[in-house]
Design a binder for this molecule. Structure first.
Ligand SMILES: [Zn+2]
Length: 214
């Protein structure tokens, strides 16, 4: 099977995403790139995570051509491909509709550095990309532009885009964004949270880089 290891990792992390209730139903999607071969393994469209097997995971090339798999790829394949085309340092993409982070996205808000764990994103401010219809190149372009040099952005009135050098870090970032967004909503509801400076977040990033934070 082409990209068997990557396909198995997609399945494992989709199931984990479902178990953690990071996204409702089958709304999330996950991919990994095999840069050497130029192929992406991406979760199939509209399939329960419990039923998914490695054979259901779709393999595409960077020109969005189907390489292997009988199913349709996730409707957001263009956004995943755009991340890999724009950023060779990105090895995996996790897209969720996690509740707290998506609440911020419905408000069109950014997620500031209210907690040091936002440093997983590689930046001190997670921005929000303007709304575009799901599954479109317009959304893919807006999202990758919004990433900047970071690994994450919110998608207005839609959800969350989390990426990373590997699937472990991309998935952990999706979890930490939800944690930070939930804190932000709680803090905002009773007061004004303190915001860490860019320098303080850079110190955390430097500390993270000196050991594994997974
Ligand atoms: Zn979505």
């Amino acid at each position: 099977m082409i990209l068997q290891s990557e396909r198995e990792q997609v399945v494992a992390h989709c199931r984990h995403m479902g178990a953690l209730r990071l996204t409702p139903g089958t709304s999330g999607n996950i991919s990994l790139i095999n840069a050497e071969r130029g192929f992406m393994a991406i979760s199939p469209s509209s399939m329960s995570y419990e039923a998914m097997t490695a054979a259901d995971v779709v393999v595409m090339n960077l020109d969005a051509e189907l390489v292997d798999g009988a199913r349709r790829p996730s409707t957001e394949y263009a956004m995943h491909l755009a991340c890999y085309r724009a950023r060779p340092d990105i090895g995996a993409v996790v897209h969720t509709h996690s509740p707290a982070a998506t609440t911020l996205a419905t408000l069109g808000w950014e997620l500031p550095a209210i907690h040091y764990m936002i440093a997983y994103s590689g930046v001190s401010l997670v921005r929000c990309a303007p709304y575009h219809l799901f599954g479109t190149v317009g959304l893919a372009d807006a999202a990758t532009e919004c990433l900047g040099r970071g690994y994450a952005c919110l998608l207005e009135s839609h959800g969350v885009l989390a990426t990373g050098p590997d699937i472990g870090r991309a998935f952990a970032l999706a979890e930490q964004l939800e944690f930070c967004a939930d804190l932000y909503l709680r803090a905002q509801s009773v007061g004004t949270p303190k915001i860490l400076s860019d320098d303080q977040i850079q110190q955390v990033i430097a500390r993270f880089s000196s050991y594994s934070v997974q």
